[in-house]
Ligand binder design. Structure first.
Ligand code: NDP
Ligand code: 8X3
Length: 254
């Protein structure tokens, strides 16, 4: 196949949840997808399901040497990335800041902030060089609306929001697009099991009697953002389940 005919996407966090659904959708849309995550066995299963247009890539986005060398690690014919989906990320813990684990905080920063930043640093120059490309970051409503226990997780997603907008400022005139997709409560992923350190009762309770957004909804959104004509850039898109909305600010009374 001629390299110029391929549309190549790189999706981080492809072994589960949104990432997996995004890979499935992008393959259906005709992309060749490099699916990256730590759990390579999951990615190989995904390749069994989706076929040879999916290339499994074992990658920890916190491994900054590997991330910096990503273009060398990816097979040469796939190294010209058109679409980067920075999706790998996690929340750890819901305790108030004064009770939170410092390790949890650092892992979130290393993954959601540093990993995403270094992936962007590695891939962006190639896009600018060819005057074409799109980076879609998976942010969160937690980056905009504070909530108890959101402390560092929300702050990492606020970083994603501002980094995305600042990239757009720097990329003026390059034709490279940047978008931040900010979902609210989503079910059908491992997000809450990870957040609650495997406490599935707590994780399931969050989704009790509510219809959350599902990974396919996020995949649909990402596919739409990517498929818009090249003269259209979605800067930020925020989506929530209809069943989720806003509460009043809290007041501590004497
Ligand atoms: P999942 O836990 O189902 O998926 C997270 C993915 O990230 C997994 O594939 C995991 O793969 C990967 N990942 C985690 N750490 C690393 C790492 N160090 N290096 C590479 N990959 C990593 O959660 P979701 O699909 O729900 O979450 C995806 C993104 O969406 C995250 O950024 C999350 O913050 C965001 N989000 C989620 C919402 C929700 O309610 N579910 C709402 C808003 C945003 P592996 O463990 O194999 O490495
Ligand atoms: C995930 C959404 O509200 O659980 O980013 O933080 S929330």
């Amino acid at each position: 196949t001629q390299k110029t005919n391929l549309r190549i996407a790189l999706v981080t966090g492809a072994s589960s949840g949104f990432g997996r659904a995004i890979c499935t959708r992008l393959i259906a849309d005709g992309y060749v997808v490099i699916a990256a995550a730590r759990r390579i066995d999951r990615l190989q299963q995904l390749q069994d399901e989706l076929g040879s247009n999916l290339y499994p890539l074992e990658l920890d986005v916190r491994d900054l040497d590997s991330v910096a060398r990503i273009k060398e690690i990816i097979p040469e014919h796939l190294s010209d990335i058109d679409l980067l989906i920075n999706n790998a990320g996690l929340a750890l813990g819901i305790d108030p800041a004064q009770k939170a684990s410092l390790n949890d905080w650092l892992t979130m920063i290393e993954t959601n902030v540093i990993g995403l930043t270094c992936m962007t640093h590695a891939i962006l120059p190639g896009m600018v060089k060819k005057q074409s490309g799109h980076i879609i970051n998976i942010g969160s409503i937690a980056g905009k609306y504070p909530y108890p226990g959101g402390n560092v997780y929300g702050a990492t997603k606020a970083y994603v929001a501002q980094f995305s907008l600042n990239l757009r400022a720097d990329l003026a005139g390059t034709c490279v697009r940047v978008s931040d997709v900010q979902p609210g409560l989503c079910g059908g992923t491992e997000f809450s099991a990870v957040r609650f350190h495997g406490d599935s009762e707590k994780a399931n309770a969050l989704y009790a009697n509510v219809e959350p957004i599902l990974p396919a909804d996020i995949a649909e959104t990402v596919a739409w953002v990517a498929a818009l004509p090249k003269h259209v850039n979605i800067n930020t898109i925020e989506l929530m389940p209809t069943a989720q909305s806003f509460s009043a600010l809290q007041i501590t009374r004497n």
